[in-house]
Ligand binder design. Structure first.
Ligand code: ADP
Length: 260
C-alpha cells in the first residue's frame, strides 16, 4: 500500500460522497449554522441525498436546529449518523455525548482528530452533498478540514455587522491559500422587513455583501433578512418546515455555480 494514500476505512468503503461543501464564517453568530441547515433542506427538497458534518465541536448546533434527539450508533463498519425527519444525515459531537449541555474541554489536537474521524469513521453511504458546518474563524478545525478532507468548494456566510468586511476577507484569503473553489458569499441578517409596510429596515447599516463579493471576485449568492420565524423554528428544531423564497434563490444560485 502507498504511504501517502492511507487505506480507506470500512466506513469510507461503504460511502460515496460526490460533493463536499464547507460553510465558513469570519465570526460567530452570523448565521453560519442556520445557512448550512437551510442549504441542506433546499438540497434535499430538490431530491438530492444530503448530509451535514457538524465540525463546530465546541458549539454544535445542528442537532438542535433539526430537533435530533437520538444518539449515533456504531456497528462493525463504523458510526451510523443521525437522520432528520426529511432524511438528512447528521454527524455531530452532540449525538455522541450523553448530555448535550456538557461542555467540550478538549485541546485542539483532540478536536481536529475527532473532525477527521467524522470523515473517516462515519458510514455516510451515498451522498450528493456533504455540508460541513465549520467553527467560525480560521483556526485549527478549518485548517484541518481544508487540508485533509476533499472539499470541493466553500460557501462564506457574512452579516452586515462584521467589521466592514475585514474579517470576511481573512476567511476568503485562507480559502485561497488552499486553492479551494469559493462557491460564493451569502449575506445573512441583511435587513428586517417591516410587517406593516414591507419596507426593508437596514438595522446594521447598508448591507455590503454584494460589493464585498465583487471586490473578492467571488459569486454573490444572495441575502437573507432577519426573520423571527427562522429563529423560532430553529429553536424548536423544526427548520425543515421553514419556507423562504430568498433561500430557495440562494440554493439555486449555488447549484448553478457548482455546475459551472
Ligand atoms: P453561527 O453558526 O454563525 O454562530 P447561528 O446559525 O447559530 O450562527 O445563528 C445564531 C442565532 O441567530 C441563532 O439563534 C439563529 O436562530 C439566529 N439567526 C440566524 N440567522 C437568522 C435570520 N436570518 N433571522 C433570524 N434569526 C437568525
Amino acid at each position: 500500500s502507498c504511504p501517502t494514500q492511507p487505506e480507506k476505512t470500512k466506513a469510507q468503503q461503504a460511502s460515496n460522497i460526490k460533493n463536499v461543501i464547507a460553510v465558513m464564517s469570519g465570526k460567530g453568530g452570523v448565521g453560519k449554522s442556520s445557512v448550512t441547515s437551510m442549504l441542506a433542506v433546499s438540497l434535499i427538497r430538490q431530491g438530492f441525498k444530503v448530509g451535514i458534518l457538524d465540525a463546530d465541536i465546541t458549539g454544535p448546533s445542528i442537532p438542535r436546529i433539526f430537533g435530533l434527539k437520538d444518539k449515533a450508533n456504531m456497528n462493525e463498519v463504523g458510526v451510523i449518523p443521525g437522520e432528520t425527519s426529511h432524511g438528512i444525515k447528521v454527524m455531530s459531537l452532540n449525538l455522541m455525548i450523553p448530555n448535550e449541555d456538557d461542555p467540550v474541554i478538549w485541546r485542539g489536537s483532540i478536536i481536529t482528530q475527532l473532525v477527521q474521524q467524522f470523515w473517516t469513521d462515519v458510514v455516510w453511504g451515498e451522498l450528493d452533498y456533504l455540508l460541513i458546518d465549520l467553527p467560525p474563524g480560521t483556526g485549527d478545525v478549518p485548517i484541518t478540514v481544508m487540508q485533509s478532507l476533499p472539499v470541493s468548494g466553500v460557501v462564506i456566510v457574512t452579516s452586515p455587522q462584521q467589521l466592514a468586511g475585514m474579517i470576511v476577507r481573512k476567511a476568503i484569503n485562507m480559502v485561497k491559500k488552499y486553492d479551494a473553489t469559493l462557491y460564493g458569499l451569502v449575506e445573512n441578517m441583511a435587513y428586517v422587513a417591516c410587517p406593516q409596510c414591507e419596507e426593508q429596515i437596514e438595522i446594521f447599516g447598508k448591507p455590503h455583501g454584494e460589493e464585498e463579493a465583487a471586490q473578492n471576485e467571488i459569486p454573490y449568492l444572495g441575502q437573507l433578512p432577519i426573520d423571527p420565524v427562522l429563529a423560532t423554528m430553529s429553536d424548536l428544531g423544526k427548520i425543515e418546515d421553514y419556507e423562504s423564497a430568498n433561500f430557495t434563490q440562494i440554493a439555486r444560485n449555488l447549484a448553478e455555480v457548482i455546475q459551472k
